[in-house]
Design a protein around this ligand. Structure first.
Ligand SMILES: Cc1ncc(COP(=O)(O)O)c(C=O)c1O
Length: 383
C-alpha cells in the first residue's frame, strides 16, 4: 500500500534475523541453548546507580522535559572523568554533549554532516550501526577492510582519491567490536593526520574503553591536534552494564558537538533527568565496580578460550572488550553456515562474522556475557 523510502530499501539485509528465528524455534521446542551472541552483559548495573535513578525519578520536576544540553552536573562529571582517566581537558559547555546512547549519536550525526553523494568510511568488520545509519542518511559507504594481517587496523593508503575527495566521516572503534584489538598510539596519530589532511570528521568510538585486560586504551583526544577533526563517543552501556538506561556522551570538536546538538534538538527532548542522575552517580563515585567487571570478564575469557582451544579452534583474538573473535574451522564454507551448525548441533548461539560486514567473513564472535560456569567445555565435538 505504501511506497517506502529508497534509503530504507538500501538497508543491508538483517542477517541476525535468521539467528533470531532459529533461537525462537528452539525456545518453542523447549530446547536449551547457550546464547553467546548478544553484547549485553548479564551483570547488573551498580546498585548505587539504580538507587540514584529511583530516588531521582520520584522528584516531580525531574519527570518533565529535560534540557537538550544535559544537566550541568552531568557535563561536569564527564569533564572530570575524562581528565582523570585520559588527562584530556574539555570545555563542559562547548565540547561535551550527553546523548541517548552512542547508537543514537551515530544515527543522528550524519544527518547534520553529509549530503547525497558524500562518503562515510566504515570499518569492515564493524559495529553494524555505522553502516545502517549512514545508508538512512543517504550517504555512500566505503568499507575499510580490517584484515588479520594488518592487526585489524585499516590501511588509509588504500582509500581511493575519489572517495577521499567526498569523504565526510570516518568511523574507527578501538578497543574493537568485533575483533577485540586495541589501537596503538602510532595508528591513532596516523588517523588524525589522515583526517586533518583530507578534511574528514574522525568519529572515534570508545564504547569499550574500560573493558581491557592488559593495556589501558587511549582516547583519540590525547593525540595532538585531534580536537580539530575528532569526536569521541563514550557509553555507560558497557562500562557500567547500563545498556537499558540509554545514556552516553560525545566530546571533542566543538563545531561538530554544536551540529549534533542542533540535530538532536529537533528530534529528541533531552535525557530523562533521573537517568542523568544515575549516570552522574556512576561516573563520580566509581568505587571499583569497573575493576570488578574486568575481573569477571577476564575469568570468563580464560575459560572460554580453554573451551575453544580444546575444541580445536586455532586463531583466537581476545585482547580487550567482552568478545572473542575466532576463525571458523576450515571445513565450513562460511561464518553463517558455521553459526547454523553451532546452533543446531552444539546448542551454542554465536554471531557470524559476515554480520559485521563482508571482511568479517571467515570469523565468528562469541560474547562473554554469561556466567563462567556455563562456559566450561561447551563443545561436544572437536573441529
Ligand atoms: C562499537 C559499539 N559502538 C556503539 C554501540 C552502541 O552502544 P550504546 O548502548 O551506547 O548505544 C555498541 C553496542 O554494542 C558497540 O559495540
Amino acid at each position: 500500500m505504501f511506497e517506502f523510502s529508497d534509503n530504507l530499501k538500501k538497508l543491508p539485509p538483517y542477517l541476525f534475523a535468521a539467528i533470531d528465528d532459529k533461537k525462537a524455534e528452539l525456545t518453542e521446542k523447549g530446547k536449551k541453548f547457550l546464547d553467546l551472541s548478544v553484547g549485553d552483559p548479564d551483570i547488573p548495573a551498580p546498585e548505587r546507580v539504580v538507587k540514584a535513578l529511583s530516588k531521582s525519578a520520584q522528584i516531580k520536576s525531574n519527570q518533565k522535559y529535560a534540557s537538550n544540553a544535559g544537566k550541568v552536573q552531568m557535563r561536569q562529571a564527564i569533564k572530570k572523568w575524562m581528565k582523570e582517566r585520559f588527562k584530556v581537558s574539555l570545555d563542559q559547555t562547548s565540547e561535551i554533549l550527553p546523548v541517548l546512547g552512542t547508537k543514537e549519536a551515530i544515527a543522528h550525526l550524519p544527518i547534520g554532516i553529509v549530503n547525497r553523494g558524500d562518503y562515510i568510511l566504515i570499518p569492515s568488520p564493524g559495529y553494524p550501526g555505522y553502516r545502517s545509519t549512514a545508508v538512512l542518511a543517504g550517504a555512500r559507504i566505503y568499507q575499510m577492510p580490517l584484515l588479520e594481517k594488518n592487526g585489524f587496523l585499516p590501511d588509509f593508503g588504500k582509500v581511493p582519491d575519489s572517495v577521499k575527495k567526498r569523504a565526510k566521516i570516518i568511523y574507527l572503534n578501538y578497543p574493537n567490536n568485533p575483533t577485540t584489538v586495541e589501537a596503538p598510539l602510532s595508528f591513532m596519530e596516523e588517523a588524525v593526520k589522515f583526517c586533518r589532511k583530507n578534511n574528514i570528521l574522525l568519529v572515534w568510538d570508545n564504547a569499550y574503553s574500560e573493558i581491557y585486560f592488559n593495556k589501558k586504551p587511549l582516547s583519540i583526544l590525547q593525540v595532538k591536534g585531534a580536537k580539530e577533526v575528532a569526536l569521541e563517543l563514550h557509553s555507560f552501556s558497557k562500562t557500567f552494564c547500563m545498556t537499558g538506561f540509554r545514556i552516553g556522551w560525545v566530546c571533542g570538536n566543538k563545531e561538530v558537538v554544536k551540529v549534533l546538538a542542533k540535530v538532536k534538538s529537533n528530534v529528541d527532548s533531552g535525557i530523562f533527568r533521573a537517568v542523568q542522575d544515575a549516570a552522574i552517580e556512576a561516573l563520580s563515585k566509581e568505587s571499583g565496580y569497573v575493576a570488578g567487571l574486568r575481573k569477571i570478564f577476564l575469568q570468563r575469557r580464560k575459560i572460554l578460550l580453554e573451551s575453544l582451544k580444546q575444541a580445536g579452534f586455532k586463531d583466537l583474538y581476545a585482547e580487550a572488550t567482552f568478545y572473542i573473535w575466532a576463525k571458523i574451522p576450515p571445513q565450513f564454507k562460511s561464518s553463517f553456515d558455521f553459526s547454523k551448525y553451532l546452533i543446531e548441533k552444539e546448542g551454542i548461539v554465536a554471531t557470524p562474522g559476515v554480520g559485521f560486514g563482508k571482511y568479517g567473513e571467515g570469523f565468528i564472535r562469541f560474547a562473554l556475557t554469561v556466567d563462567e560456569k556455563k562456559l566450561k567445555g561447551i563443545f561436544k565435538k572437536t573441529f
